[in-house]
Ligand binder design. Sequence first.
Ligand code: IDP
Length: 140
Amino acid sequence: MAVQRTFSIIKPDATKRNLTGKVNAMIEDAGLRIVAQRRIQLSDAQAKRFYEVHAERPFYGDLVNFMTSGPVVVQVLEGENAIATYRNVMGATNPAEADAGTIRAAFAESIDANTVHGSDAPETAAEEIAQFFSDDQIVG
Ligand code: IDP
């Protein structure tokens, strides 16, 4: 497996509880390198666009409200098999189902306030990275 990049968001439940550093430590301990990172306040339009794939789902409105409820940290992570590696470190979407040792098992409060986002495929990773970073902002 070649070196890959994935897109990550540290969500508002984590920034509010000052957990950015602890989440980043788990990312780095998993062998992933943080090659771009910025703390931002998502606008309503940015959150809606980011989660457009869920627009028809009943939780879409709550998800957009949650993602704009406080600062987030957007990141690009790089490493061997980065997409799957990060999904494994994140744990299951529902923290009640997340394996011990994962970020969501350690920190997530609920299925919506679940601490982190990570891309699920190479195409979505590229598309998500491009929503927030230009090539010259990513330093591998
Ligand atoms: P993922 O973040 O583990 O990839 P997705 O299915 O892509 O999970 O869902 C995106 C986000 O939408 C989740 O991280 C979670 O915050 C929220 N979400 C997913 N399913 C539900 C649900 O049933 N209720 C509330 N929020 C949900």
